[in-house]
Ligand binder design. Structure first.
Ligand code: ATP
Length: 488
Protein backbone atom coordinates (compact mmCIF):
# COMPACT_ATOMS: atom_id res chain seq x y z
CA UNK A 1 0.00 0.00 0.00
CA UNK A 2 1.53 3.30 -1.08
CA UNK A 3 1.22 6.11 1.48
CA UNK A 4 -0.62 9.22 0.22
CA UNK A 5 2.38 11.62 0.27
CA UNK A 6 4.46 9.02 -1.48
CA UNK A 7 1.70 8.37 -4.04
CA UNK A 8 1.59 12.02 -5.04
CA UNK A 9 5.36 12.13 -5.57
CA UNK A 10 5.21 8.94 -7.59
CA UNK A 11 2.35 10.15 -9.78
CA UNK A 12 4.15 13.43 -10.48
CA UNK A 13 7.38 11.65 -11.41
CA UNK A 14 5.54 9.05 -13.46
CA UNK A 15 3.62 11.74 -15.36
CA UNK A 16 6.91 13.22 -16.49
CA UNK A 17 8.80 9.99 -17.13
CA UNK A 18 6.08 8.57 -19.37
CA UNK A 19 5.22 11.65 -21.42
CA UNK A 20 2.05 12.75 -19.66
CA UNK A 21 2.95 16.16 -18.19
CA UNK A 22 6.05 18.35 -18.54
CA UNK A 23 6.94 21.60 -16.84
CA UNK A 24 6.43 24.44 -19.33
CA UNK A 25 9.67 25.79 -20.89
CA UNK A 26 11.64 23.23 -18.91
CA UNK A 27 14.92 23.92 -20.72
CA UNK A 28 14.71 27.46 -19.32
CA UNK A 29 14.08 26.08 -15.82
CA UNK A 30 10.31 26.18 -16.22
CA UNK A 31 7.57 28.74 -15.80
CA UNK A 32 5.85 28.61 -12.45
CA UNK A 33 2.46 26.85 -12.38
CA UNK A 34 2.33 26.36 -16.15
CA UNK A 35 2.49 22.86 -17.60
CA UNK A 36 2.56 21.15 -20.99
CA UNK A 37 0.87 17.87 -21.79
CA UNK A 38 3.05 15.32 -23.56
CA UNK A 39 2.30 12.64 -26.12
CA UNK A 40 0.38 10.42 -23.68
CA UNK A 41 -1.01 13.24 -21.55
CA UNK A 42 -2.65 14.99 -24.47
CA UNK A 43 -4.35 11.75 -25.52
CA UNK A 44 -5.63 11.15 -21.99
CA UNK A 45 -6.79 14.75 -21.72
CA UNK A 46 -8.56 14.57 -25.08
CA UNK A 47 -10.33 11.41 -23.99
CA UNK A 48 -11.55 13.01 -20.75
CA UNK A 49 -12.80 15.97 -22.78
CA UNK A 50 -14.53 13.66 -25.26
CA UNK A 51 -16.31 11.80 -22.47
CA UNK A 52 -17.50 15.01 -20.83
CA UNK A 53 -18.56 16.53 -24.17
CA UNK A 54 -20.46 13.46 -25.27
CA UNK A 55 -22.14 13.10 -21.86
CA UNK A 56 -23.32 16.70 -22.20
CA UNK A 57 -24.09 17.43 -25.84
CA UNK A 58 -24.64 13.95 -27.27
CA UNK A 59 -26.73 12.40 -24.49
CA UNK A 60 -28.85 15.48 -23.86
CA UNK A 61 -30.90 16.71 -26.80
CA UNK A 62 -31.33 20.05 -25.08
CA UNK A 63 -27.62 20.80 -24.58
CA UNK A 64 -25.45 22.25 -27.34
CA UNK A 65 -21.76 23.14 -27.35
CA UNK A 66 -19.89 26.28 -28.36
CA UNK A 67 -16.28 27.44 -28.59
CA UNK A 68 -15.99 31.11 -27.73
CA UNK A 69 -12.85 33.27 -27.92
CA UNK A 70 -10.48 33.77 -25.01
CA UNK A 71 -10.47 37.54 -25.49
CA UNK A 72 -13.76 39.28 -24.82
CA UNK A 73 -14.93 42.88 -24.67
CA UNK A 74 -13.49 44.41 -21.47
CA UNK A 75 -17.00 45.37 -20.33
CA UNK A 76 -17.84 41.68 -20.01
CA UNK A 77 -15.57 41.49 -16.99
CA UNK A 78 -17.02 44.66 -15.50
CA UNK A 79 -20.52 43.19 -15.84
CA UNK A 80 -19.50 39.81 -14.45
CA UNK A 81 -17.95 41.43 -11.39
CA UNK A 82 -14.45 40.15 -12.12
CA UNK A 83 -12.79 43.57 -12.56
CA UNK A 84 -13.94 44.74 -9.14
CA UNK A 85 -14.26 41.55 -7.20
CA UNK A 86 -12.16 38.69 -8.57
CA UNK A 87 -9.31 39.02 -6.15
CA UNK A 88 -7.66 37.24 -3.28
CA UNK A 89 -6.30 38.84 -0.11
CA UNK A 90 -2.51 38.78 -0.38
CA UNK A 91 0.19 39.27 2.23
CA UNK A 92 3.99 39.28 1.98
CA UNK A 93 6.57 38.27 4.54
CA UNK A 94 9.18 41.03 4.62
CA UNK A 95 12.04 38.69 5.53
CA UNK A 96 11.53 35.84 3.08
CA UNK A 97 9.89 38.14 0.45
CA UNK A 98 7.40 35.31 -0.08
CA UNK A 99 3.81 36.06 -0.95
CA UNK A 100 0.81 34.26 0.57
CA UNK A 101 -2.95 34.27 0.47
CA UNK A 102 -4.05 35.61 3.84
CA UNK A 103 -7.11 33.34 3.92
CA UNK A 104 -4.97 30.28 3.19
CA UNK A 105 -2.57 31.08 6.03
CA UNK A 106 -5.57 31.26 8.35
CA UNK A 107 -7.09 28.08 6.95
CA UNK A 108 -3.83 26.22 7.57
CA UNK A 109 -3.87 27.50 11.15
CA UNK A 110 -7.46 26.25 11.55
CA UNK A 111 -6.34 22.82 10.32
CA UNK A 112 -3.45 22.84 12.80
CA UNK A 113 -5.85 23.60 15.67
CA UNK A 114 -8.14 20.81 14.50
CA UNK A 115 -5.30 18.30 14.33
CA UNK A 116 -4.29 19.21 17.87
CA UNK A 117 -7.89 18.73 19.06
CA UNK A 118 -8.33 22.46 19.78
CA UNK A 119 -11.79 22.48 18.24
CA UNK A 120 -13.03 25.62 20.01
CA UNK A 121 -10.08 27.66 18.79
CA UNK A 122 -10.50 26.29 15.27
CA UNK A 123 -14.19 27.17 15.18
CA UNK A 124 -13.65 30.64 16.58
CA UNK A 125 -10.92 31.43 14.07
CA UNK A 126 -13.02 30.11 11.21
CA UNK A 127 -15.94 32.31 12.23
CA UNK A 128 -13.67 35.37 12.60
CA UNK A 129 -12.04 34.73 9.25
CA UNK A 130 -15.35 34.31 7.43
CA UNK A 131 -16.67 37.50 8.97
CA UNK A 132 -13.56 39.43 7.89
CA UNK A 133 -13.74 37.97 4.36
CA UNK A 134 -17.44 38.77 4.04
CA UNK A 135 -16.90 42.34 5.21
CA UNK A 136 -13.84 42.63 2.99
CA UNK A 137 -12.02 43.74 6.14
CA UNK A 138 -8.36 43.33 5.21
CA UNK A 139 -7.03 44.94 8.40
CA UNK A 140 -8.97 42.37 10.45
CA UNK A 141 -7.38 39.53 8.44
CA UNK A 142 -3.95 40.88 9.39
CA UNK A 143 -5.05 41.19 13.03
CA UNK A 144 -6.04 37.52 13.02
CA UNK A 145 -2.71 36.46 11.47
CA UNK A 146 -0.87 38.42 14.17
CA UNK A 147 -3.15 37.34 17.03
CA UNK A 148 -2.77 33.66 16.15
CA UNK A 149 1.00 34.06 15.87
CA UNK A 150 1.19 32.71 12.33
CA UNK A 151 4.76 32.60 11.05
CA UNK A 152 6.11 32.47 7.51
CA UNK A 153 7.02 28.82 6.79
CA UNK A 154 10.21 29.97 5.00
CA UNK A 155 11.67 32.67 7.29
CA UNK A 156 9.91 31.57 10.47
CA UNK A 157 9.19 35.24 11.28
CA UNK A 158 6.03 37.28 11.85
CA UNK A 159 7.29 40.30 9.94
CA UNK A 160 4.20 40.77 7.71
CA UNK A 161 3.12 43.51 5.32
CA UNK A 162 -0.45 44.75 5.23
CA UNK A 163 -3.07 42.61 3.54
CA UNK A 164 -3.98 43.88 0.04
CA UNK A 165 -6.43 42.71 -2.60
CA UNK A 166 -4.80 41.10 -5.63
CA UNK A 167 -6.84 40.77 -8.82
CA UNK A 168 -6.38 37.35 -10.39
CA UNK A 169 -7.05 38.39 -13.99
CA UNK A 170 -4.18 38.65 -16.45
CA UNK A 171 -4.43 41.70 -18.68
CA UNK A 172 -2.80 42.68 -21.93
CA UNK A 173 -3.16 45.35 -24.62
CA UNK A 174 -5.14 44.95 -27.78
CA UNK A 175 -4.53 47.27 -30.73
CA UNK A 176 -1.65 48.07 -33.05
CA UNK A 177 -0.67 51.40 -31.50
CA UNK A 178 0.18 51.42 -27.85
CA UNK A 179 -1.54 54.77 -27.25
CA UNK A 180 -5.00 53.78 -28.35
CA UNK A 181 -4.70 50.22 -27.12
CA UNK A 182 -7.47 48.83 -24.98
CA UNK A 183 -6.83 46.71 -21.96
CA UNK A 184 -8.22 43.25 -22.52
CA UNK A 185 -8.17 40.28 -20.18
CA UNK A 186 -7.34 36.65 -20.59
CA UNK A 187 -10.62 35.07 -19.50
CA UNK A 188 -10.54 33.71 -15.94
CA UNK A 189 -13.47 31.38 -16.68
CA UNK A 190 -15.20 30.11 -19.81
CA UNK A 191 -18.72 30.77 -18.51
CA UNK A 192 -18.96 34.40 -19.68
CA UNK A 193 -18.48 33.28 -23.30
CA UNK A 194 -21.65 31.24 -22.82
CA UNK A 195 -23.67 34.04 -21.21
CA UNK A 196 -22.88 36.59 -23.92
CA UNK A 197 -23.88 34.06 -26.58
CA UNK A 198 -27.09 33.05 -24.83
CA UNK A 199 -29.36 34.84 -27.32
CA UNK A 200 -27.29 33.83 -30.38
CA UNK A 201 -27.55 30.16 -29.50
CA UNK A 202 -31.15 30.30 -28.32
CA UNK A 203 -32.32 32.01 -31.50
CA UNK A 204 -30.20 30.22 -34.12
CA UNK A 205 -30.69 26.83 -32.46
CA UNK A 206 -34.38 27.52 -31.74
CA UNK A 207 -33.69 26.29 -28.22
CA UNK A 208 -36.56 25.96 -25.77
CA UNK A 209 -36.10 26.37 -22.06
CA UNK A 210 -34.86 24.36 -20.26
CA UNK A 211 -31.67 24.05 -22.31
CA UNK A 212 -27.94 24.10 -21.77
CA UNK A 213 -24.82 25.46 -23.46
CA UNK A 214 -21.55 23.62 -22.90
CA UNK A 215 -18.00 24.73 -23.55
CA UNK A 216 -14.46 23.45 -23.02
CA UNK A 217 -11.60 25.91 -23.05
CA UNK A 218 -8.62 27.59 -21.48
CA UNK A 219 -8.92 29.90 -18.50
CA UNK A 220 -6.20 32.00 -16.87
CA UNK A 221 -5.78 33.07 -13.26
CA UNK A 222 -2.79 34.77 -11.74
CA UNK A 223 -2.96 32.58 -8.64
CA UNK A 224 -0.94 34.05 -5.76
CA UNK A 225 0.38 30.70 -4.80
CA UNK A 226 0.12 27.93 -7.26
CA UNK A 227 1.10 24.52 -6.04
CA UNK A 228 0.40 20.81 -6.01
CA UNK A 229 1.42 20.22 -9.59
CA UNK A 230 -1.51 20.64 -12.02
CA UNK A 231 -4.00 21.18 -9.18
CA UNK A 232 -3.65 24.95 -9.17
CA UNK A 233 -2.24 26.40 -12.37
CA UNK A 234 -2.07 29.87 -13.90
CA UNK A 235 -3.25 28.55 -17.27
CA UNK A 236 -5.75 25.71 -17.13
CA UNK A 237 -8.78 24.28 -18.84
CA UNK A 238 -12.41 24.22 -17.76
CA UNK A 239 -15.40 22.23 -18.92
CA UNK A 240 -18.48 24.27 -18.12
CA UNK A 241 -22.17 23.96 -18.83
CA UNK A 242 -24.76 26.63 -18.12
CA UNK A 243 -28.30 25.29 -17.94
CA UNK A 244 -31.02 27.92 -18.48
CA UNK A 245 -34.30 27.30 -16.67
CA UNK A 246 -37.62 28.95 -15.92
CA UNK A 247 -37.48 30.92 -12.64
CA UNK A 248 -39.04 28.83 -9.90
CA UNK A 249 -37.72 25.54 -11.29
CA UNK A 250 -34.08 26.15 -10.28
CA UNK A 251 -34.18 24.00 -7.15
CA UNK A 252 -35.33 20.97 -9.07
CA UNK A 253 -32.67 21.46 -11.77
CA UNK A 254 -29.96 22.10 -9.23
CA UNK A 255 -30.81 18.76 -7.57
CA UNK A 256 -30.78 17.10 -10.99
CA UNK A 257 -27.32 18.37 -11.97
CA UNK A 258 -25.86 17.75 -8.54
CA UNK A 259 -26.80 14.09 -8.90
CA UNK A 260 -26.01 13.77 -12.61
CA UNK A 261 -22.51 15.18 -12.28
CA UNK A 262 -21.55 12.83 -9.45
CA UNK A 263 -22.91 9.97 -11.52
CA UNK A 264 -20.59 11.01 -14.37
CA UNK A 265 -17.60 10.80 -12.02
CA UNK A 266 -18.66 7.45 -10.58
CA UNK A 267 -19.29 5.96 -14.02
CA UNK A 268 -15.50 5.93 -14.47
CA UNK A 269 -15.26 3.27 -11.79
CA UNK A 270 -13.84 5.43 -9.00
CA UNK A 271 -14.80 4.10 -5.55
CA UNK A 272 -17.71 6.19 -4.22
CA UNK A 273 -15.96 6.82 -0.89
CA UNK A 274 -13.31 8.84 -2.73
CA UNK A 275 -15.93 11.47 -3.53
CA UNK A 276 -18.00 13.74 -1.35
CA UNK A 277 -20.25 16.76 -1.72
CA UNK A 278 -19.28 19.91 0.07
CA UNK A 279 -22.28 22.22 0.32
CA UNK A 280 -21.42 25.91 0.54
CA UNK A 281 -22.75 27.45 3.70
CA UNK A 282 -21.79 30.99 2.75
CA UNK A 283 -23.27 31.84 -0.62
CA UNK A 284 -22.56 34.64 -3.06
CA UNK A 285 -25.35 37.23 -2.80
CA UNK A 286 -26.90 36.14 -6.13
CA UNK A 287 -26.71 32.37 -5.54
CA UNK A 288 -29.45 30.16 -4.07
CA UNK A 289 -27.28 27.09 -3.68
CA UNK A 290 -23.76 25.88 -4.39
CA UNK A 291 -21.92 22.63 -3.90
CA UNK A 292 -18.44 21.35 -4.65
CA UNK A 293 -17.77 17.81 -5.74
CA UNK A 294 -14.60 16.93 -3.86
CA UNK A 295 -12.22 14.06 -4.51
CA UNK A 296 -9.81 12.55 -2.03
CA UNK A 297 -6.46 13.48 -3.59
CA UNK A 298 -3.31 12.19 -1.89
CA UNK A 299 -3.17 15.59 -0.12
CA UNK A 300 -6.79 15.44 1.11
CA UNK A 301 -10.33 16.11 -0.15
CA UNK A 302 -10.27 18.97 -2.68
CA UNK A 303 -12.69 20.52 -5.14
CA UNK A 304 -12.79 19.13 -8.67
CA UNK A 305 -16.11 20.54 -9.76
CA UNK A 306 -18.59 23.17 -8.66
CA UNK A 307 -22.36 23.19 -9.22
CA UNK A 308 -23.99 26.55 -8.67
CA UNK A 309 -27.51 27.86 -8.80
CA UNK A 310 -26.81 31.42 -9.99
CA UNK A 311 -30.31 32.92 -10.34
CA UNK A 312 -30.59 35.43 -13.21
CA UNK A 313 -27.53 37.32 -12.00
CA UNK A 314 -25.22 36.90 -15.01
CA UNK A 315 -27.75 37.51 -17.78
CA UNK A 316 -29.20 40.45 -15.89
CA UNK A 317 -25.79 42.02 -15.44
CA UNK A 318 -25.10 41.67 -19.17
CA UNK A 319 -28.51 43.15 -19.96
CA UNK A 320 -27.72 46.15 -17.72
CA UNK A 321 -24.19 46.69 -19.05
CA UNK A 322 -24.87 46.08 -22.74
CA UNK A 323 -28.33 47.58 -22.93
CA UNK A 324 -29.46 44.48 -24.89
CA UNK A 325 -32.46 42.49 -23.67
CA UNK A 326 -31.45 39.05 -22.40
CA UNK A 327 -34.97 37.73 -22.22
CA UNK A 328 -36.66 34.58 -23.34
CA UNK A 329 -40.28 34.33 -24.40
CA UNK A 330 -41.75 31.20 -22.87
CA UNK A 331 -44.66 30.10 -25.06
CA UNK A 332 -45.91 27.62 -22.46
CA UNK A 333 -46.72 30.32 -19.94
CA UNK A 334 -46.92 33.20 -22.42
CA UNK A 335 -44.33 35.27 -20.53
CA UNK A 336 -41.01 36.99 -21.07
CA UNK A 337 -38.34 36.49 -18.44
CA UNK A 338 -34.61 36.39 -17.86
CA UNK A 339 -33.83 32.69 -17.33
CA UNK A 340 -32.24 31.37 -14.16
CA UNK A 341 -29.01 29.42 -14.50
CA UNK A 342 -27.59 26.25 -13.02
CA UNK A 343 -23.88 26.00 -13.72
CA UNK A 344 -21.66 22.92 -13.68
CA UNK A 345 -17.96 23.74 -13.83
CA UNK A 346 -15.18 21.17 -13.73
CA UNK A 347 -11.43 21.70 -14.03
CA UNK A 348 -10.06 19.47 -16.75
CA UNK A 349 -6.54 19.43 -15.30
CA UNK A 350 -7.85 18.49 -11.85
CA UNK A 351 -9.87 15.72 -13.46
CA UNK A 352 -6.68 14.58 -15.20
CA UNK A 353 -4.76 14.55 -11.91
CA UNK A 354 -7.60 12.69 -10.21
CA UNK A 355 -7.58 10.08 -12.97
CA UNK A 356 -3.81 9.59 -12.70
CA UNK A 357 -3.89 9.34 -8.88
CA UNK A 358 -6.69 6.79 -9.05
CA UNK A 359 -5.01 4.72 -11.73
CA UNK A 360 -1.43 4.51 -10.41
CA UNK A 361 -0.70 1.09 -8.90
CA UNK A 362 2.36 -0.89 -7.95
CA UNK A 363 1.91 -4.65 -7.84
CA UNK A 364 4.15 -7.55 -6.99
CA UNK A 365 4.13 -10.07 -9.77
CA UNK A 366 5.98 -13.33 -10.43
CA UNK A 367 6.88 -16.20 -8.17
CA UNK A 368 9.70 -17.44 -5.94
CA UNK A 369 12.90 -15.49 -6.48
CA UNK A 370 11.47 -13.85 -9.61
CA UNK A 371 9.14 -11.46 -7.84
CA UNK A 372 9.19 -7.97 -9.35
CA UNK A 373 7.16 -4.80 -9.06
CA UNK A 374 5.03 -3.81 -11.98
CA UNK A 375 3.79 -0.26 -12.26
CA UNK A 376 0.41 -0.17 -13.91
CA UNK A 377 -1.89 2.70 -14.76
CA UNK A 378 -5.27 1.07 -14.35
CA UNK A 379 -7.02 3.77 -16.37
CA UNK A 380 -10.58 3.27 -17.53
CA UNK A 381 -9.88 1.69 -20.97
CA UNK A 382 -12.01 4.37 -22.65
CA UNK A 383 -9.61 7.06 -21.40
CA UNK A 384 -6.32 5.22 -22.03
CA UNK A 385 -3.96 7.13 -24.35
CA UNK A 386 -3.19 4.02 -26.43
CA UNK A 387 -5.84 1.35 -26.78
CA UNK A 388 -3.81 -1.47 -28.24
CA UNK A 389 -0.11 -2.25 -28.63
CA UNK A 390 0.91 -4.64 -31.38
CA UNK A 391 4.05 -6.73 -31.06
CA UNK A 392 5.60 -9.15 -33.49
CA UNK A 393 7.28 -11.87 -31.39
CA UNK A 394 10.49 -11.52 -33.43
CA UNK A 395 11.76 -9.14 -36.07
CA UNK A 396 11.91 -11.81 -38.76
CA UNK A 397 10.02 -14.63 -40.52
CA UNK A 398 7.33 -12.28 -41.82
CA UNK A 399 6.00 -11.52 -38.31
CA UNK A 400 6.50 -7.72 -38.55
CA UNK A 401 4.61 -7.71 -41.86
CA UNK A 402 1.71 -9.65 -40.35
CA UNK A 403 1.70 -7.37 -37.29
CA UNK A 404 1.67 -4.27 -39.51
CA UNK A 405 -1.22 -5.69 -41.48
CA UNK A 406 -3.25 -6.15 -38.27
CA UNK A 407 -2.30 -2.68 -37.10
CA UNK A 408 -3.34 -1.09 -40.41
CA UNK A 409 -6.81 -2.47 -39.89
CA UNK A 410 -7.12 -1.63 -36.18
CA UNK A 411 -5.73 1.89 -36.46
CA UNK A 412 -8.81 2.93 -38.42
CA UNK A 413 -10.76 2.58 -35.17
CA UNK A 414 -8.28 2.77 -32.30
CA UNK A 415 -5.10 4.56 -31.29
CA UNK A 416 -2.51 1.78 -31.76
CA UNK A 417 1.19 1.48 -31.08
CA UNK A 418 3.61 -0.83 -32.87
CA UNK A 419 6.72 -2.13 -31.09
CA UNK A 420 9.27 -4.77 -32.01
CA UNK A 421 12.16 -3.94 -29.71
CA UNK A 422 13.01 -5.91 -26.52
CA UNK A 423 11.52 -9.05 -25.03
CA UNK A 424 7.72 -9.29 -24.92
CA UNK A 425 7.73 -9.02 -21.08
CA UNK A 426 9.51 -5.67 -21.26
CA UNK A 427 7.14 -4.40 -23.89
CA UNK A 428 4.19 -5.41 -21.67
CA UNK A 429 5.66 -3.43 -18.75
CA UNK A 430 6.13 -0.30 -20.84
CA UNK A 431 2.48 -0.42 -21.86
CA UNK A 432 1.27 -1.25 -18.34
CA UNK A 433 2.98 1.96 -17.22
CA UNK A 434 0.99 4.10 -19.66
CA UNK A 435 -2.25 2.20 -19.15
CA UNK A 436 -2.64 0.45 -22.52
CA UNK A 437 -5.55 -1.98 -21.94
CA UNK A 438 -4.57 -4.51 -24.64
CA UNK A 439 -1.33 -5.93 -26.06
CA UNK A 440 -1.53 -8.17 -29.11
CA UNK A 441 1.36 -10.50 -29.92
CA UNK A 442 1.86 -11.92 -33.38
CA UNK A 443 3.82 -15.22 -33.49
CA UNK A 444 4.51 -18.02 -35.94
CA UNK A 445 1.15 -19.63 -35.30
CA UNK A 446 -0.47 -16.36 -36.41
CA UNK A 447 0.88 -16.97 -39.91
CA UNK A 448 -0.65 -20.44 -39.99
CA UNK A 449 -4.13 -19.92 -38.55
CA UNK A 450 -4.68 -16.17 -38.31
CA UNK A 451 -4.81 -16.11 -34.51
CA UNK A 452 -2.92 -13.90 -32.04
CA UNK A 453 -2.42 -13.61 -28.30
CA UNK A 454 -4.29 -10.79 -26.65
CA UNK A 455 -3.12 -9.82 -23.18
CA UNK A 456 -5.33 -7.91 -20.76
CA UNK A 457 -3.60 -5.17 -18.75
CA UNK A 458 -5.29 -5.58 -15.36
CA UNK A 459 -5.58 -9.36 -15.07
CA UNK A 460 -2.46 -10.00 -17.22
CA UNK A 461 -4.44 -12.92 -18.65
CA UNK A 462 -3.43 -13.90 -22.17
CA UNK A 463 -5.80 -15.61 -24.56
CA UNK A 464 -5.54 -16.89 -28.09
CA UNK A 465 -8.10 -15.27 -30.34
CA UNK A 466 -8.86 -15.06 -33.99
CA UNK A 467 -7.63 -11.88 -35.73
CA UNK A 468 -11.11 -11.25 -37.06
CA UNK A 469 -12.46 -11.03 -33.47
CA UNK A 470 -9.90 -8.47 -32.30
CA UNK A 471 -11.90 -5.43 -33.28
CA UNK A 472 -15.00 -6.37 -31.31
CA UNK A 473 -13.03 -7.55 -28.22
CA UNK A 474 -11.22 -4.20 -28.06
CA UNK A 475 -14.20 -2.08 -29.01
CA UNK A 476 -16.38 -3.50 -26.23
CA UNK A 477 -13.98 -2.16 -23.63
CA UNK A 478 -12.73 1.07 -25.11
CA UNK A 479 -15.76 2.59 -26.77
CA UNK A 480 -17.24 5.63 -25.04
CA UNK A 481 -20.73 4.19 -25.48
CA UNK A 482 -20.00 1.64 -22.73
CA UNK A 483 -19.47 4.58 -20.37
CA UNK A 484 -22.33 6.69 -21.70
CA UNK A 485 -24.75 3.80 -21.12
CA UNK A 486 -24.09 4.06 -17.39
CA UNK A 487 -25.47 7.60 -17.41
CA UNK A 488 -28.86 6.72 -18.84
P1 ATP B 1 -10.49 27.03 -5.87
O1 ATP B 1 -11.39 27.33 -4.68
O2 ATP B 1 -9.82 25.70 -5.79
O3 ATP B 1 -9.60 28.16 -6.25
P2 ATP B 1 -12.65 27.96 -7.45
O4 ATP B 1 -13.81 27.72 -6.54
O5 ATP B 1 -12.08 29.31 -7.61
O6 ATP B 1 -11.48 26.90 -7.11
P3 ATP B 1 -14.22 27.84 -9.82
O7 ATP B 1 -14.08 29.27 -10.12
O8 ATP B 1 -15.52 27.32 -9.30
O9 ATP B 1 -13.03 27.38 -8.87
O10 ATP B 1 -13.76 27.02 -11.11
C1 ATP B 1 -14.33 25.77 -11.47
C2 ATP B 1 -13.31 24.67 -11.52
O11 ATP B 1 -12.14 25.08 -12.24
C3 ATP B 1 -12.79 24.25 -10.16
O12 ATP B 1 -13.64 23.30 -9.57
C4 ATP B 1 -11.44 23.65 -10.50
O13 ATP B 1 -11.58 22.28 -10.87
C5 ATP B 1 -10.99 24.44 -11.71
N1 ATP B 1 -9.97 25.43 -11.34
C6 ATP B 1 -10.16 26.64 -10.77
N2 ATP B 1 -8.99 27.28 -10.60
C7 ATP B 1 -8.03 26.46 -11.08
C8 ATP B 1 -6.61 26.54 -11.20
N3 ATP B 1 -5.96 27.63 -10.82
N4 ATP B 1 -5.93 25.50 -11.75
C9 ATP B 1 -6.60 24.40 -12.17
N5 ATP B 1 -7.93 24.25 -12.08
C10 ATP B 1 -8.65 25.26 -11.55
Amino acid sequence: MIQPEELFKKVTAHAKEYGFVFQSSEIYDGLSAVYDYGQNGSELKNNIKAYWWQAMVQLNENIVGIDSAIFMHPKVWKASGHVDGFSDPMIDNKDSKKRYRADQLLEEQIEKYQKKGKTDKAEQLEADMNEALNDNNLARLLDLIVAHEIVCPISGTRNWTEVRQFNLMFSTQMGSVADDADTVYLRPETAQGIFVNFLNVQKTGRMKIPFGIAQIGKAFRNEIIARQFIMRMREFEQMEMQFFVRPGTEEQWYAHWKKARLQWHLSLGTPAEKYRYHDHVKLAHYANAAVDIEFEFPFGFKEVEGIHSRSDFDLKQHQDFSGKKMQYFDPEINQNYIPYVIETSIGLDRMFLLTMCNAYKEEEVGEGDKIETRVVLALPPQLAPIKVAIFPLTKKDGLPEKARQIMDELKLSFKCHYEEKDAIGKRYRRHDAIGTPFCVTVDHESLENDTVTIRHRDSMVQERVSVKDLHSIIDQQVSMSSLLKKLL
